[in-house]
Design a binder for this molecule. Structure first.
Ligand code: MG
Length: 423
């Protein structure tokens, strides 16, 4: 019996010390006070989806229960076909299950799908959306924000970096974009250096950069670096386009700019190549948005292939899997800077994880070119203030979709959280 409940018990049985309380009343008092907490009993009754396109494709997932509560999640990037995977692969065993056993349900989905692609890609991405909806549901059922269920927060607000939509020196919109980023209070910004339209490219397929392309990329970084005050950090994304030689040369050429990180200089699947680049430069190397599950980060960490890891929480397995990946990285003294291109629902869900891990560095935000959609997507309005997202004490994720605004970005010819036809 807790101190609190013991006090309540003594108060409620005060008469017993006077000898006036009967046995039946005493039993009722003990019963009432010895179990102050009652776990909600819920059953999953339906799973529904809606597809939205803003920065890429997002699949929104809702898990419904027999008590009328539902939880909301979001998956992205590799979410093509997620609606079908959720209905055909996950729904049969999720129905009638207790939604509060989140990790159990996640593990079952994973192990059931071993021969169906449960190691990565669309399968894990679809599962990420469901898992996030289960966490939202658990928070709502228990009356607690998700960060509280994950061990409590280490910080009250989560630092966000802005992925710039315009940054070329010859783009007339760049100056206004840089001013807006500063006005919004961001302490870090990211640009893309891979440019498929660069007229100096010899080949449409091969990304070995020649000297003129290299100069263009270095000048681009120099222009952006000099457009912001020193205290605003700069990251650069290669989108995994280049070969190892180009990646090495670029990382070396970027050294004078003291970048926050150089992201995916080579594709993510060859960890040894990423490690070779990292060992060749003082520019911090970041990777992970195209890796899945803890298993996708084991080699990166053990081979010391990255200075910073950047799992995509709406893709790599969900909130708890990301938390576990962050913890693995922490044991290697590697910071956690998640990739994030989703709506305020997924972004706020990511913030719950970022708030709970010691090695959190910064979280991505990619909707500056879609500000109207961003600010109207949830009923709470703008969630980024002065470059940070402040965690709320509302249960679950803590933001609620504004259906009218969200539907403006619905993918044509798709359904909108349509109840599943019972077969
Ligand atoms: Mg990237």
């Amino acid at each position: 019996m807790t101190k609190h409940s013991r006090r309540a018990f003594l108060a409620s049985t005060g008469a017993a010390f006077g000898g006036a309380l009967g046995l039946q009343s005493l039993s009722a008092a003990v019963q009432a006070n010895s179990s102050p907490y009652r776990r909600p009993k819920l059953k999953i009754t339906d799973i529904r989806t809606a597809e939205v396109r803003v920065h890429g494709l997002q699949t929104h997932v809702r898990v419904y229960t027999d008590e009328g509560l539902f939880g909301e999640g979001e998956s992205t990037d590799a979410s093509h076909g997620a609606a079908s995977i959720i209905q055909r692969a996950f729904r049969p065993f999720l129905m009638n299950q207790d939604p509060l056993n989140i990790d159990f349900l996640w593990e079952r989905a994973r192990t059931f799908g071993i021969f169906a692609g449960a190691q990565a890609g669309q399968y894990v991405t679809a599962l990420s959306g469901v898992e996030i909806a289960l966490w939202d549901l658990a928070g709502k059922a228990l009356g607690l924000p998700i960060y509280q269920l994950m061990g409590g927060k280490m910080r009250d607000k989560v630092r966000i970096y802005c992925d710039s939509a315009h940054h070329h020196a010859d783009d007339p919109k760049s100056k206004a974009m840089f001013e807006q980023i500063q006005k919004m209070g961001f302490s870090a910004v990211k640009i893309d250096v891979d440019d498929a339209r660069n007229p100096n490219r010899w080949d449409r397929v091969n990304w070995t950069a020649n000297n003129r392309e290299m100069d263009d990329m270095v000048n681009e970084v120099k222009f952006v670096r000099e457009s912001f005050p020193k205290e605003i950090e700069l990251a650069v994304d290669g989108h995994g386009r280049f070969d190892m030689g180009t990646g090495k040369r670029l990382a070396k050429a970027f050294e004078p700019f003291r970048l926050m990180f150089f992201e995916e200089p080579v594709p993510a699947e060859n960890v040894a190549a990423m490690r070779d680049i990292r060992q060749s430069t003082s520019t911090p190397i970041c990777c992970g948005e195209n890796r899945f599950l803890r298993h996708g980060f084991t080699d990166i960490l053990e081979q010391r292939a990255a200075d910073i890891i950047m799992p995509d929480i709406q893709k790599c397995g969900g909130l708890l899997e990301s938390r576990k990946i962050a913890d693995m990285a922490h044991a290697h003294y590697v910071p956690f800077a998640p990739h994030c291109v989703v709506s305020p629902i997924g972004t706020m869900a990511s913030c719950h994880v970022c708030a709970t891990v010691p090695n959190f560095l910064v979280l991505e935000w990619h909707w500056i070119a879609n500000l109207e959609a961003w600010r109207n997507f949830v009923q709470e309005g703008e969630i980024i203030k002065d470059g940070f997202v402040e965690l709320t004490d509302r249960p679950g994720i803590g933001v609620t979709m504004n259906e009218e605004a969200a539907r403006k970005r619905q993918v044509p010819n798709t359904t909108w959280f349509e109840p599943t036809k019972q077969s």
